[in-house]
Design a protein around this ligand. Structure first.
Ligand code: PMP
Ligand code: GLU
Length: 396
């Protein structure tokens, strides 16, 4: 009998990966699809990082490493945390994993027991809620609508905390909205959490360097003993396929994660680790060069989105997504008879008619919106919006 576990049966597939798969399939059939679906930089990994990986192969870094990663990599991460974030961590507090995705899941599985509540400001990245389900925890969604600049307030946080609350997952800069909490806003949330020492904040800072005004502030600056920082090389160093992320946590959490990972996946790839070490210790100019490109693309996409009827788009301060509110298009019909009743329909309509792939906001907990990634070239963005505008103007 084909029967998967109940744990898996309640899990939704990743909508971001599903849409990317769908657009790849269409491309393979010869359709000229422009993908604004996946949050993946289109840049190549910087040369100094590639060289370090080639050298690691030649130098036979081919054996199991410590479960949490080479000491040299964890030292490099501690150096980064000290120099860039002003935070003191010991290498024992760092656990490297197969991407930040595994690091988030590690933190959740290490902390959450059946029935524990996890606060998730909504919209949220698609995988958080599903990872909480895997841990048999309970998602508590706290609305952060466009009218609040996609951020929650300290009062909302306070009101959401109960005796069962064990964690909050905070993503700044945010996927899918691009919102960035200011230092004062982070402090406001930290002040609430400090009153509830049992509540741990899982602070996903994977887009840390992709910010367009000022600098990202880690909540660990205020409540380090209650914070698990999540980060990795995928986004800021254009290394999505290398699969190297990490967490920095209080020692008791790091030890728990080490035990979990030791029974589960062991160390992440030794070669990816050596590459990541070079990323952190080498020149940082490519990070800045990519950030500048993303900012140009953000300005371009915002301008183009303004020209699409029914798109209400706030200007994001970070990451590489726009998250327009598109609900005024719901209930409309195209000249060919396509009906758009919700964000899922709109994403499918844009894929089928405009051949542009985006992701419905429903998967991120906000069914009034759609997510578009601008981690692609300016030419592609321009062409995508030419098509989107024509398709949307045909909805009456
Ligand atoms: N967190 C967020 C908010 C993300 O957008 C992503 C992108 N997939 C991840 C974590 C996971 O990144 P990684 O490629 O390092 O697993
Ligand atoms: N984080 C990226 C995204 O949101 C990559 C896909 C994924 O891992 O979900 O598109």
């Amino acid at each position: 009998m084909e029967q998967v576990s109940t744990r898996l049966a309640v899990l939704s597939p990743s909508a971001t990966l599903a849409m990317s798969q769908k657009s790849s399939e269409l491309k393979a059939q010869g359709v000229d699809v422009i993908s604004l679906s996946l949050g993946e930089p289109d840049f190549n990994t910087p040369d100094n990082i590639k060289e370090a990986a080639k050298k690691a192969i030649d130098d036979n870094f081919s054996f199991y490493t410590p479960v949490s990663g080479y000491m040299s990599l964890r030292n490099a991460i501690c150096k980064k945390l000290k120099e860039e974030n002003g935070l003191d961590y010991k290498p024992e507090q760092i656990i490297c994993a197969n991407g930040a995705k595994q690091a988030v899941c590690n933190a959740i599985l290490a902390l959450i027991s059946k029935g524990d509540e996890v606060i998730i400001p909504t919209p949220y990245w698609v995988s958080y809620s599903e990872m909480v389900k895997l841990a048999e925890g309970t998602n508590v969604f706290v609305p952060a609508p466009a009218s609040q600049d996609f951020k929650i307030t300290p009062a909302q946080l306070e009101a959401a905390i109960t005796d069962k609350t064990r964690a909050i997952i905070l993503c700044s800069p945010s996927n899918p909205t691009g919102a960035v909490y200011s230092e004062a806003e982070i402090k406001g949330l930290a002040d609430v959490l400090a009153k509830h020492p049992r509540v741990i904040v899982i602070a996903d800072e994977i887009y840390e360097h992709i910010v367009y005004s000022g600098k990202n502030t880690s909540i660990a600056k205020f409540i380090k003993d209650q914070t698990v920082i999540i980060n990795g090389v995928s986004k800021c160093y254009a290394m999505t396929g290398w699969r190297l992320g990490w967490l920095a946590a209080p020692l008791w959490i790091a030890k728990a994660v080490n035990k979990l990972q030791g029974q589960y996946t062991s160390n992440p790839s030794s070669i990816a680790q050596k590459a990541a070490e070079a990323a952190y210790l080498g020149p940082q100019d490519s990070v800045e060069a990519m950030r500048v490109q993303f900012q140009k693309r953000r300005d371009l996409i915002i301008e183009l989105a303004k020209g699409v009827p029914g798109f209400e788009t706030r200007v994001p301060d970070g990451a590489f997504y726009i998250f327009p509110v598109v609900e005024s298009l719901f209930g409309k019909k195209s000249s060919k008879g396509d009906v758009v009743n919700n964000a899922d329909d709109l994403a499918m309509y844009l894929l089928n008619v405009a051949h542009v792939a985006c992701v419905s906001g429903a998967a991120f907990g906000d069914p009034k919106c759609i997510r578009m990634s601008y981690a692609t070239s300016e030419d592609q963005i321009k062409e995508a919006f030419k098509r989107i505008k024509a398709a949307v103007e045909d909805l009456k």
